[in-house]
Design a protein around this ligand. Structure first.
Ligand code: S3P
Length: 165
């Protein structure tokens, strides 16, 4: 069902949601954000889910989301939580996987204190950097397309359109 979905992956703060929303508008399709889907169905924020039920529980919710997307969504642009591709099987069956690649230092510069607070895995900067390095290899090896996303929203949107067209 889902071959035409565009699935954006990448580390926290790499711009998946902003790029995805803009790109979906251009294509006149819908935009879905897996973190927002989980938050709305759970009725609480991701940091609360981590705090009250732990990361393992959150990953189960992500797994359910992947399964739901696989059988229910097509022709959409989907932004994923940074760990979804790593922890959940089957994301590649949801659509074309596009990795928005941004160096760790640029991600740190982009993130406001509020945005850092929303993301439990950013509590320890050194640990976040080591997760980044591990994940970067996994993202690169599983992506259908890798985009240098260390640029303005407009520029990344352009690169994405060129890569997908
Ligand atoms: C996570 C990334 C977050 C969110 C959760 C875990 C991760 O999403 O799913 O905090 O493991 O990288 P964003 O990538 O949208 O920040």
């Amino acid at each position: 069902m889902s071959a035409t979905n565009i699935v954006l992956i990448g580390f926290m703060g790499s711009g998946k949601s902003s790029v995805g929303r803009t790109f979906a508008k251009q294509r006149q399709s819908y935009f879905l954000d897996t973190d927002a889907m989980i938050e709305s169905s759970e009725g609480r924020r991701i940091d609360e889910i981590f705090q009250n039920d732990g990361e393992e529980y959150f990953r189960k919710l992500e797994e359910n989301t992947v399964n739901w997307l696989k059988s229910n969504v097509q022709s959409s642009v989907i932004s994923t939580g940074g760990g979804m591709l790593v922890y959940c099987e089957g994301l590649q069956e949801v659509g074309t996987i596009v990795y928005l690649k941004v160096p760790f230092a640029s991600i740190m510069n982009r993130m406001s204190p509020e945005e850092l607070k929303k993301r439990p895995l950013f509590k320890d900067r050194e640990k976040a950097e080591s997760i980044y390095n591990e994940r970067n290899k996994i993202y690169e090896s599983r992506a259908d397309i890798v985009i240098d996303a260390d640029a303005s929203l407009e520029e990344v949107g352009l690169r994405l359109s060129q890569a997908i067209a």
